[in-house]
Structures are given as structure tokens and as C-alpha cells.
Design a protein around this ligand. Structure first.
Ligand code: 572
Ligand code: ZN
Length: 349
């Protein structure tokens, strides 16, 4: 077995390096994984280019990457659920398992969660990595390791659609046609949404959304959220039952509130400014619930079933592929905003 472990490490803002680190040994309940595919997430790029997301500041060198899959290369003590050679998707956040959120099944809210590539925790964009065995999900033979890595962003959408309670016949507004908006589109349609309208300011992203099955695409041109909401309502033929806001842009959150029917729900998935002004009376007096959203809990099995059953096809999302050695080029490509999902293949050549 190789004794070298090439990893993508951000030292500080703007400083990304490919370096060898020690090969980690699996502890009790963990497996060692030979990494297969790792997708680049907006947060990886944001940490690299800004040095922080909100209060999470990169103060020491940190390995990036959290959308990942790998092959079990060693079992730690006590692991019986997996065997060497199993191909798995890695759920990147391991919670404490004992706090009341964990006990209640809402482990995404665990204050002690250890989440890959969220400082000070290392990610898994490396050749070898160790992880809790029960947060690794065995992939069926016909599901690729790229699809395995894609379970991570797909789980974000499964959770967001759970939060919005998307159901059969719903008319759904999705704001933002980036990767997260697009997986929400597929997931909402899978849950039986009758019509999904997706917005963006970028024509190319909307074309992609159309090909993925959006019923309507809407290019936002007006600066006035009330005008945009009115146009969305005219296109849908009625206000949206639910809205999933994936852009984080303030005017888009206003639009989501205005375009949602009384009694409906707006789920905030996109991140933007930490404090903003919102038409809160409009929402309150129409009983439009504004719901928060953090990552996911218990969503990997659903995401895997969606892909394994053929219910959704996420392969078109993967627009760029790089080797681990080409990671710096991959991150530059992501920074330029090119493509939809950039995948890094961590296997040795
Ligand atoms: O794939 C999970 C994921 N979560 C993101 C961003 C990108 N990918 N979140 C946004 C940032 N927050 S955070 O709480 N944080 C940096 C820990 O501000 C987590 C969720
Ligand atoms: Zn992410």
C-alpha cells in the first residue's frame, strides 16, 4: 500500500498547496479510505479565496473537500459493517451522537459536529482519509464513485425539499440555478412537484435547468422584487406553494416571499449577507413560513436511492474532471465560475 498521502491544503487566504501528509490510521469505529472522487463545493472555493465563511476562520492549514467517495482500504477496531474493497459515499459531518439534537434525529444541528473542510477540521481531498464507518454508505456496483461524491450536494436538496415539505402537485419556485438550485429542481420534481419554475440572472444556467426538466425558467431582469414576483406568478398561473431560495441574494429572498402563496413556505438555502431587511409583515400576515436550512440529516440513503433507482440522473452535472495532481487548476476553474460540478479523481495514475 502506498505510504504517501498527497493532499490539497489551504494554508491561508489565497494560498492553496499540494503536499504530502501522513497516511492516517483508522481509530475505533473508523475506516481508512483510498479516496476516489471529490467534487469542489462553493464553500471550498470561498474558504480558499476569502479565508473564512462568517465566523469560521481558517487559522491553520486545512485540507479542503467534503463532497467525496472512496474505497475502504483498512478497517479500524470494531468495524463490522464494511469490508476492505467496498466503494462508499462519505457523509462528511459526524455528529456527537449524544446531544438532544442527535438523539432527536436532527444531527445536522449538533453543536459538536465534526464536518470535513470546516475549520479547524480537515477535509478529504487527499489520497487517503479516515472516517466513521457508519457515515460511509456502500455504493451498489452500478453507481459510480462520481455519483457517490454527488450524494453530498444531492443530500442538501433532499433536506431542503423535506424542510419545504414539497409534495405531489406542488407548484415550486426555486431561486438560483447554481448546482444547489439545480439539485433542488431534480429533487422537487422527483417528489411530485407539478410545476417547477427556476430563476437566475444567467441565461446559460437557465438553459441547463431547462434541459434538466425545469417546467419554466425565468431570467431576473427587474430590480423590483414585487415586479419579478408578479411575473413569476403570471408564468406559473398562480403563486408558488413553496419556494426554495438558493441564491442568498437579498432581492431574491424578497421575491421568494412575494411569490409564495399565503400559507406557503420559503426555505432559505443560499447564504448571503448576515443581516438584511425583509418584507416580514407581508410574510407574517399571509402565514408564509420562512424556514432555515442547515446541510442535512438522514438524507444520504434517500439520495442514494434516487440515483441507484435511475429516478434522477446527475451525470450531466459533471462538466469538468481533473486529477488530484491537477487540483490547483481545478480550483482556478471553479473560481472563474466555469461549468456546474468540477470533480477531482484522487486515484493514483
Ligand atoms: O455541502 C454542505 C455545505 N454547506 C454549506 C456550504 C457549502 N456546502 N453551508 C454554508 C456555510 N455554513 S456555515 O455554518 N459554516 C461555514 C460552517 O456558515 C454551513 C453550511
Ligand atoms: Zn458543500
Amino acid at each position: 500500500m502506498a505510504d504517501k498521502n498527497l493532499a490539497v491544503i489551504m494554508y491561508k487566504k489565497g494560498d492553496l498547496r499540494l503536499e504530502e501528509v501522513p497516511v492516517p490510521e483508522p481509530k475505533q469505529g473508523e475506516v481508512q479510505l483510498q479516496m476516489s472522487s471529490v467534487g469542489i463545493c462553493g464553500s471550498d472555493v470561498h474558504f480558499w479565496t476569502n479565508g473564512h465563511i462568517g465566523d469560521f476562520v481558517v487559522k491553520a492549514p486545512m485540507i479542503l473537500g467534503h463532497e467525496a467517495s472512496g474505497v475502504v482500504s483498512k478497517l479500524g477496531p470494531g468495524v463490522t459493517s464494511l469490508k476492505v474493497g467496498d466503494r462508499v459515499a462519505i457523509e462528511p459531518g459526524v455528529p456527537c451522537r449524544i446531544c438532544h439534537y442527535c438523539k432527536d434525529g436532527r444531527y445536522n444541528l449538533c453543536p459538536h459536529v465534526v464536518f470535513c473542510a470546516t475549520p479547524p477540521v480537515n477535509g478529504n481531498l487527499s489520497r487517503f482519509y479516515t472516517h466513521a464507518a457508519d457515515f460511509c454508505f456502500k455504493l451498489p456496483d452500478h453507481v459510480s464513485t462520481e455519483e457517490g461524491a454527488f450524494l453530498e450536494p444531492l443530500s442538501v436538496a433532499v433536506h431542503a425539499c423535506n424542510r419545504a415539505n414539497i409534495k405531489l402537485g406542488d407548484k415550486v419556485l426555486i431561486c438560483g440555478a447554481g448546482p444547489i438550485g439545480l439539485v433542488n429542481l431534480l429533487t422537487a420534481k422527483s417528489r411530485g412537484a407539478a410545476k417547477v419554475i427556476i430563476t437566475d440572472i444567467d441565461e446559460k444556467r437557465l438553459e441547463f435547468a431547462s434541459k434538466l426538466g425545469a417546467d419554466y425558467t425565468f431570467k431576473v431582469t427587474s430590480r423590483d422584487p414585487a415586479v419579478t414576483a408578479q411575473q413569476i406568478e403570471e408564468t406559473l398561473g398562480q403563486p408558488a406553494d413553496k419556494a426554495i431560495e438558493c441564491s442568498g441574494a437579498t432581492p431574491s429572498i424578497w421575491t421568494a416571499i412575494y411569490a409564495t402563496a399565503s400559507g406557503g413556505c420559503v426555505v432559505l438555502v443560499g447564504l448571503g449577507a448576515s443581516t438584511i431587511e425583509l418584507p416580514i409583515l407581508n410574510a407574517a400576515l399571509r402565514e408564509v413560513d420562512i424556514r432555515g436550512n442547515l446541510r442535512y440529516a438522514n438524507c444520504y440513503p434517500t439520495a442514494l436511492s434516487m440515483i441507484a433507482s435511475g429516478q434522477i440522473d446527475v451525470k450531466p452535472f459533471i462538466t469538468h474532471r481533473f486529477s488530484l495532481e491537477q487540483s490547483l487548476e481545478a480550483f482556478e476553474t471553479a473560481k472563474r465560475g466555469e461549468g456546474i460540478k468540477i470533480m477531482i479523481n484522487c486515484e493514483t495514475k
